[in-house]
Design a protein around this ligand. Structure first.
Ligand code: GLP
Length: 260
């Protein structure tokens, strides 16, 4: 079941997403957060570290688990998701989380790296709030179309379109890897609460399929319909194809929410 919150522009959607995370950490300072990368999240992390002082929120006791990482790419590589997280968030905080978990793409035994990651999530008591972005083809994490809904953290192949998308963002690598380590769909679905942030016209088709269904493995994000507590935060461009079928859609305009 979804709550869909639609904002007039990406900046307001990103801000709402950051406020939700701040609220979670203030309520429970030792929250276990599932974190995502991608362009969409940059402004969310920007808001979080800028508000660290303003909102008197402290992230030091938070435990974090990132969704995914490229296979074969070391944490030191500037294109790794480790580097993204350092650059965009952790290094910017005065008091960063001390318990950070990101899959190591260069682990000698990737399969056991994935098993250990699952074990650590369990040991932490599970994820309280999972932040998710959406791929243009409906992927979540690096669970590409066709990924089993029962999948756990594992090595998974990247689709051609995903590799093409990432090609233009590379700093150090010549081309994106063919595989990644990613939380599985079942792993993501075990989070107690999920926030899916989707912005921009390029995501409108994918978000339409996620919200309207059907729930099929060809659209990995559609699995979220089976989760009891998912909030979708979107801007109007990304929400262009949405119908309020089975979802509570709230439109925000000039600060005042109204049913839409
Ligand atoms: C990527 C990542 C996801 C991310 C999503 C959206 O492939 N694996 O974690 O949330 O796709 O990325 P972007 O925000 O750049 O569109």
């Amino acid at each position: 079941m979804y709550d869909v919150l639609i904002f007039p522009d990406a900046a307001r959607a990103e801000r709402a997403c950051a406020e939700l995370i701040i609220g979670q950490v203030r309520r429970k300072p030792d929250s276990v957060l599932g974190l995502a990368t991608g362009k969409t999240m940059i402004s969310v992390y920007d808001a979080l570290w800028k508000w660290e002082n303003d909102f008197e929120v402290n992230f030091s006791r938070v435990k974090t688990f990132n969704l995914d990482e490229y296979l074969g790419v070391s944490p030191e590589c500037r294109d790794s998701f480790h580097a993204y997280m350092r650059r965009s968030f952790f290094a910017m905080l005065n008091d960063p989380p001390r318990d950070v978990h990101i899959l190591n793409g260069a682990a000698p035994d990737p399969e056991s790296e994935c098993r250990e990651f699952e074990r650590l999530i369990e040991e932490a008591g599970g994820i309280d709030l999972q932040l998710l972005g959406l791929g243009r083809n409906g992927h979540i994490g690096f669970n590409e179309p066709g990924s089993p809904f029962a999948s756990r953290t594992r090595v998974a192949g990247l689709s051609d379109s995903t590799r093409l998308y990432y090609m233009k963002n590379l700093i150090e690598l010549r081309e994106p890897p063919f595989k990644a380590l990613t939380m599985g769909i079942a792993t993501i679905m075990e989070a107690r609460e999920i926030v899916l942030l989707v912005t921009g016209a390029a995501k409108a088709d994918a978000l339409g399929k996620v919200v309207k269904g059907p729930v099929i493995e060809e659209v990995p994000g559609s699995a979220l319909a089976r989760h009891p507590k998912v909030r979708i935060i979107a801007d109007e461009e990304a929400a262009a194809k949405l119908l309020a079928q089975g979802a509570k859609v709230i439109k925000f305009r000039a600060g005042a929410p109204r049913a839409g």
